[in-house]
Ligand binder design. Structure first.
Ligand SMILES: Cc1cc2nc3c(=O)[nH]c(=O)nc-3n(C[C@H](O)[C@H](O)[C@H](O)COP(=O)(O)OP(=O)(O)OC[C@H]3O[C@@H](n4cnc5c(N)ncnc54)[C@H](O)[C@@H]3O)c2cc1C
Length: 290
């Protein structure tokens, strides 16, 4: 039996971390406890973050949304600020696992697991989110793309926790899209996913696009070449096909139990082609969150 420590505040968390340097923290446990159960990792003690209310708060601050790291996926689905301002993230969390997994799993756990298949990461990359890292010394912020170093690897320091993720409201985009291809519709990690934010003119011309794919490279894959290929052109079959070919050239997917690398490469481009069906959503004007 391992000790499970349950701090009720950040101050209490620091003292537990000092007392038990060999302990691992967890939030919902849907990644960590599964790995422990399967013998992939082991720790002499566990520190559970779920009772620290200040880590669950979602709020607006000067044009940004700050999402506490321990906000669960279910909480985010019901959070009006996320639904209104961050629809691509809202769509992504709705597709995670099953209701029990969404009730327990947190956005912070999804980020810190740093899986290329983690569903919150493509929208967070497309929105150029920043992580907030807290230690006794104070808070620092880092772009998410710098924080995630590789599969399972982050820039989290020994005495730090992920306290929040900050996203500037992406109000200039009027098309907010997330799509995931999995082996089954529920409970499945993605085989390939795409988050796309596009600014379309009323005439359907792409002014700006921000694109991020999951599961096609060791970390979330962004592609400025494809974004540039779309900018200034009507969003049509020809421009999307050209951008899709570029993406297929640049991605470096692996083959694993869930899919073959060549299949992932094909689907990475195909997901972009699907934006054609979404075009009318973007032509309505500014994002009104509906
Ligand atoms: C059946 C099943 C289905 C799943 N389906 C999906 C899916 O469809 N899509 C998907 O993306 N994921 C899926 N997952 C994975 C998992 O549910 C998510 O990644 C979830 O968001 C993890 O959050 P958690 O709070 O449970 O993480 P935990 O297991 O608590 O923690 C994961 C890691 O993050 C660290 N950590 C957690 N919080 C913090 C923090 N605040 N600061 C520093 N480190 C922290 C922990 O130390 C641990 O290393 C699934 C898991 C299961 C079991």
């Amino acid at each position: 039996m391992r000790d499970v420590l349950l701090p009720g505040s950040i101050e209490e968390l620091w003292s537990y971390m000092d007392d038990r340097p060999g302990a691992s923290m967890f939030a919902g446990g849907t990644d960590l406890l599964v790995k422990m159960y399967n013998g992939m990792v082991d720790y002499e003690a566990l520190i559970c973050l779920e009772r620290i209310e200040e880590l669950k708060e979602v709020r607006e601050h000067e044009g940004s949304i700050r999402i506490g790291a321990c906000a669960t996926h279910s909480q985010l689905i019901g959070e009006p600020l996320v639904r209104k301002w961050l629809p691509a993230l809202w769509k992504a969390v709705r597709e995670i696992g099953s209701p029990p997994v969404r009730n327990m799993g947190t956005i912070g756990g999804n980020i810190c697991t740093a899986s290329p298949a983690a569903d919150t990461l493509p929208p967070l990359y497309a929105m150029k989110a920043e992580v907030e890292l807290l230690s006794r010394q104070g808070a620092r912020r880092a772009p998410i793309a710098e924080f995630i170093r590789g599969p399972g690897a982050t820039g989290l320091q020994k005495a730090e926790i992920l306290s929040a993720v900050w996203v500037t409201k992406p109000a200039r985009f009027n098309l907010h899209h997330f799509e995931k291809v999995g082996l089954r519709s529920a409970l499945a990690c993605s085989v390939v996913s795409l988050a796309a934010l596009v600014r379309l003119t009323p005439g359907g011309v792409v002014e700006e696009a921000s694109l991020a794919w999951g599961s096609v490279a060791p970390t979330v894959f962004t592609c400025q070449e494809a974004e540039r290929a779309l900018a200034g052109r009507p969003m049509c079959g020809a421009s999307l096909s050209e951008a899709a070919d570029i993406v297929r050239r640049f991605v470096s997917p692996i083959s694993d139990v869930r899919a073959d690398g060549d299949y992932r490469r094909l689907v990475a481009g195909n997901l972009l082609l699907r934006l054609l069906d979404k075009k009318d959503e973007g032509r309505g004007g500014e994002n009104d969150g509906s």
